[in-house]
Design a protein around this ligand. Structure first.
Ligand SMILES: *[C@@H]1O[C@H](CO)[C@@H](O)[C@H](O)[C@H]1NC(C)=O
Ligand SMILES: *[C@@H]1O[C@H](CO)[C@@H](O)[C@H](O)[C@H]1NC(C)=O
Length: 152
């Protein structure tokens, strides 16, 4: 899986270097390919540029399947999935500056908040939390994060 992903990343970078005239995003630093391009969803796990990583909206899936459980389980899985993306990008939750939390139902806010508060290091990132009408796949929660990548 890892090997396939690194071949895939190399391919993307090569294609990017040879085909586009304006310098495409991602040629300076590799695209983070955790979860690949997610098939029909058409998004990368994250993009990195100039020491910053932007994750895609991340959903409570594991190995491509929606996990069972309520808002607590789904929140925990999303935070773990983002942690893996961050790690692949060379950073961690310790360097997250901003999150945006999308909830299918604002009634889940306090339950989400409890898991979020317990799992994330302090000081917490800046955060926006909003209720959205519906999430793809009928997930209860989706989170995106922006993090700094520390110097090696
Ligand atoms: C995900 O899939 C891989 C490959 O099929 C498997 O080795 C791994 O145990 C799975 N992980 C989980 C958490 O189900
Ligand atoms: C949101 O959750 C509350 C409490 O569980 C429930 O009463 C309400 O019907 C839910 N709203 C929607 C749109 O599902």
């Amino acid at each position: 899986m890892v090997r396939f992903m690194s071949i895939f990343t190399t391919l993307l970078v090569v294609l990017g270097l040879t085909s586009a005239k304006p310098v495409p995003k991602g040629t300076e630093q590799p695209v983070v390919t955790y979860l690949g391009t997610q098939g029909p969803i058409l998004s990368s796990g994250a993009w990195t540029s100039k020491g910053i990583v932007y994750t895609s909206g991340t959903v409570p899936s594991r190995n491509g399947s929606i996990i069972s459980g309520g808002i607590e389980e789904q929140t925990a899985q999303v935070l773990k999935n983002i942690g893996v993306v961050l790690e692949e990008a060379g950073t961690s939750w310790d360097y997250v500056m901003k999150t945006t939390v999308f909830l299918a139902n604002m009634s889940d806010y306090s339950a989400m908040n409890e898991v979020y508060g317990a799992m994330l290091p302090s000081p917490k990132p800046a955060r926006t939390a909003v209720e959205v009408g519906q999430l793809p796949g009928n997930f209860l929660i989706e989170i995106e994060a922006i993090a700094a990548i520390p110097d090696k």
